[in-house]
Ligand binder design. Structure first.
Ligand code: GLN
Length: 290
């Protein structure tokens, strides 16, 4: 019988994942084994010749099976790093993508109080999911007032836990489909969202990690992918203070569509598209006129 030490099981799992076309097979094996043993990834190598107990082996086998059935690593470990913090995630919320750091960086520029420490802005995030955007903002600038909504109770629960851990709970979360339960009063200085924007017809072609596990409600943007932008821009001006801003993440090929929608409303002034590191326009900044 093989004595399954940490190093042996890592090599075996790496080649098993390779055979099953799993991305980054070695890294995945390390992350899952460390999670299973409750230790840090690098500690695996400090204990490389430690034999695994029977229950550790059977626990690890279950994790391997889940990954081979396409479950994303973040759902298996229950967490994902985003913008310098580790966020709790789970089925029912979108796994945060590095792409979304572009909108966070842009929002931080808008919210930076500079020398005027007393300046307080009111910020609303729509469709907060695991809360990564609003929490990253609240963690950086504690002087503003933060609100975040989601239609999904599961998402709100996860977001609240993340906020307690990372941003000391400085955010007011509430259940809402876009603006449905908000009184029409201008009170926000910034409305931010990473809404669903994938055209329905494109979803079938995405990786099974996404189609089998991630919440469609967080991804499906309707026939042309632009439904959320139509819904949000139709109403956002009623909730923004004069000069208030809207920041939205979008698909790299949705520039024209988003600009057309914003142009239908005289209340807005289009400001700019912001590019990601790959040079694609991935965020739009729109301002409500004064
Ligand atoms: N705001 C969350 C994120 O960017 C959720 C977005 C969504 O569910 N579309 O990960």
């Amino acid at each position: 019988m093989i004595d399954w030490t940490i190093i042996k099981i890592l090599s075996w799992t790496e080649s098993y994942f390779k055979d099953h076309c799993i991305d980054s097979p070695r890294l995945t094996a390390e992350v899952l084994l460390a999670h299973c043993l409750g230790i840090k990834r690098l500690d695996l190598y400090l204990q490389f010749d430690r034999p695994l107990q029977k229950n550790e082996l059977s626990g690890f086998r279950i994790l391997i099976k889940r990954r081979v059935r396409n479950e994303p690593v973040a759902y298996i470990t229950g967490e994902k790093g985003f913008f310098e913090s580790d966020f709790k995630v789970g089925t029912g919320v979108l796994i945060p993508r590095p792409d979304t750091e572009t909108i966070v960086e842009q929002a931080l520029k808008i919210l930076d109080p500079g020398k005027k420490k007393s300046c307080t802005k009111t910020v609303l995030e729509l469709g907060t999911g695991s809360g990564v955007i609003i929490i990253s903002l609240a963690k950086e600038f504690g002087n503003h007032l933060y609100f975040a909504s989601d239609i999904s109770p599961v998402a709100l629960e996860i977001a609240k836990k993340n906020a307690e851990k990372i941003a000391l709970g400085r955010i007011c979360f509430f259940s809402c489909s876009w603006f449905s339960s908000l009184k029409e009063t201008p009170r926000f200085d910034l409305i931010i969202s990473n809404p669903p924007y994938i055209p329905t017809g494109d979803i079938r072609g995405l990786e099974p990690e996404i189609t089998k596990f991630e919440p469609m409600i967080a991804l499906d943007g309707g026939r042309d992918g632009l439904d959320s932008f139509k819904d949000i821009l139709k109403k956002a001006h009623n909730y923004l203070n004069p000069g208030g801003k809207i920041l939205l993440e979008m698909g790299f090929d949705q520039k024209e569509g988003v600009k057309n929608i914003s142009g239908q409303y005289p209340q807005y002034e289009f400001i700019e598209f912001i590019r990601d590191l790959a040079g694609h326009s991935r965020v739009v900044l729109i301002k409500k006129i004064n």
